[in-house]
Design a binder for this molecule. Structure first.
Ligand code: FE2
Ligand code: FE2
Length: 226
């Protein structure tokens, strides 16, 4: 990590201070995972990748604090990143390539990642939703929003009654009926097929198996099946 990256981390820390699920710890985990994936690819521009990782969630807290729900942290994040990168004397074309990575890092981004750097950021960011870290993060969010510890409602019934339009990707209607095991079934299980790199798919498969076992065991304990 050189001086420019240390400056960047300081600027990002100021922006995302107070957001439990997206702290700098998350950013640094994504950084390490991305470096692992990148080490198997010869054609990665590390200047673009490193800056994109450090800045990718810079607008996250602004999205969380928007009462109208209109802020998209990937779009706003790319704009904030541009200002920071200009301050740190990055070149125009490099800035554009970093902005593309940030705009497309999101699960539901309209624009898709079309460079190797954007794909590695996307994959490394999604990996952080899986495994023990994924479980811990989903329970932090569950606590914040008053979700249930576990939902015993059959999945198809839950989707029909608590997701807008009765679709698995519909918005949640009553957050108190939501639970991490539902998040696992409707979202996390679909992550591997949406990843781009082979390395990420392998890590994701292993972490999903761990989560499967965890939620299976939790269901048993919650049901009193001793
Ligand atoms: Fe993000
Ligand atoms: Fe992220």
């Amino acid at each position: 990590m050189d001086e420019t990256h240390t400056d960047m981390i300081r600027l990002v820390e100021k922006e995302i201070f107070g957001d439990a699920g997206h702290t700098m710890d998350h950013v640094m985990r994504v950084f390490r995972t991305a470096m692992h994936i990148a080490s198997n690819h010869a054609d990665v521009d590390m200047e673009v990748l490193k800056a994109a990782i450090l800045l990718h969630d810079v607008a996250r807290i602004r999205e969380d604090n928007d009462p109208l729900g209109k802020t998209d942290h990937s779009v706003l994040g790319a704009e904030i990143a541009e200002r920071i990168l200009k301050e740190l004397n990055y070149h125009g074309e490099t800035i554009e390539r970093i902005k593309h990575c940030i705009r497309t890092h999101r699960y539901r981004s309209a624009e898709k990642p079309d460079s190797i750097e954007a794909r590695i950021l996307y994959d490394a960011d999604k990996i952080d939703l899986l495994g023990p870290i994924g479980i811990a993060r989903s329970y932090m969010i569950a606590g914040e929003y008053n979700e249930s510890l576990y939902s015993l409602t059959p999945l198809d019934e839950y989707v029909r009654s608590n997701l807008v339009g009765g679709k698995p990707d519909g918005r949640i209607m009553d957050i108190c009926k939501h639970a991490p095991n539902i998040e696992f079934e409707t979202k996390m299980k679909n992550i591997p097929e949406r990843l781009f790199t082979e390395e990420a798919k392998q890590i994701a498969d292993e972490r999903l198996r761990f989560m499967e076992e965890f939620f299976h065991r939790l269901r048993r304990d919650v049901s009193g099946d001793l």
